[in-house]
Design a protein around this ligand. Structure first.
Ligand SMILES: Nc1ncnc2c1ncn2[C@@H]1O[C@H](COP(=O)(O)OP(=O)(O)OP(=O)(O)O)[C@@H](O)[C@H]1O
Length: 231
């Protein structure tokens, strides 16, 4: 569903992504893995149009989106949960969620109920300020906000970072449900190996801006883990 070919990205003179190619299969969860600083966030920000790419293509539904303005992504059905959540701390939970509504293609003007079925805590906290929520609740809000746009493809950048284990497990269950029940395609950036193994169908490992391994999660063996993932 997402096909990336020979992508090159630079921060100024610094060449960060090198001829990077990868596929995110439709309806599956693909985990983008690799140690700190290998280029995972740079890649997802490039997919989202938040960073300019020097060359290469990013094909979504057969269209090359690499040079397209960032704001065109959500109406095309690409949702994004950035690293660090980036919810609006002074807006209420409801206001944070409503931000996603204008991107919907069906013109719905209310936050759909299934968001509250997935995250009951957001209903309880509807009128609280986003900034008053716990880290785990803010992460659920960030995922809920992305889902309000009704994406077919969702990118989550380290959704378990700094979150209590019980909420981590809940988020894992929700990603699986979205995969299985509505066929959502997911690209998950994740460093926690047990979580990645539990949630993702496929993996793609980056090292120094290059794709060095990919396959089905069951094929992620100890040698790859030792070479590219453990610190
Ligand atoms: N704004 C920037 N300007 C210059 N270099 C940057 C910038 N952002 C990231 N980099 C560099 O690009 C490389 C890739 O960083 P990136 O954040 O994409 O890695 P990452 O795999 O997401 O790491 P982490 O797991 O720590 O988030 C690193 O060497 C980083 O120092």
């Amino acid at each position: 569903m997402i096909q990336i070919d020979s992508l090159n990205q630079f921060y100024g003179q610094s060449h960060t992504l090198w001829d990077l190619s990868m596929t995110v299969p439709e309806g599956k969860c693909t985990c983008l893995m690799g140690r700190n600083g290998v280029g995972k966030t740079t890649l997802v920000q490039s997919i989202m149009g938040l960073l300019p790419v020097k060359s290469g293509s990013i094909s979504y539904k057969g269209q090359n989106i690499a040079g397209m303005a960032a704001e065109k992504r959500a109406p095309m059905g690409i949702g994004y949960v950035p690293q660090g959540r980036q919810i609006f701390p002074l807006l209420s939970v409801e206001e944070n969620l409503r931000i996603g509504l204008p991107a919907r293609r069906d013109g719905l003007r209310q936050v759909p109920d299934y968001i509250f079925e997935l995250f009951p805590v957001l209903k309880e906290m509807l009128h609280r300020r986003g900034g008053d929520l716990s880290g785990g609740q803010q992460q659920q809000l960030a995922i809920g906000r992305a889902l309000v746009t009704d994406p077919g493809f969702l990118i989550l950048d380290e959704p378990t970072e700094g979150i209590q284990p019980n909420v981590v497990a809940e988020i894992g269950d929700i990603i699986r449900r979205l995969n299985e029940e509505i066929g959502l395609t997911v690209l998950l950036v994740e460093q926690k190996l047990p979580f990645a193994r539990k949630v993702a169908d496929n993996f793609c490992i980056l090292d120094r801006g290059r794709q060095v391994a990919f396959g089905e999660m069951t094929e992620l063996n100890d040698q790859l883990v030792k070479e590219y993932l453990t610190v």
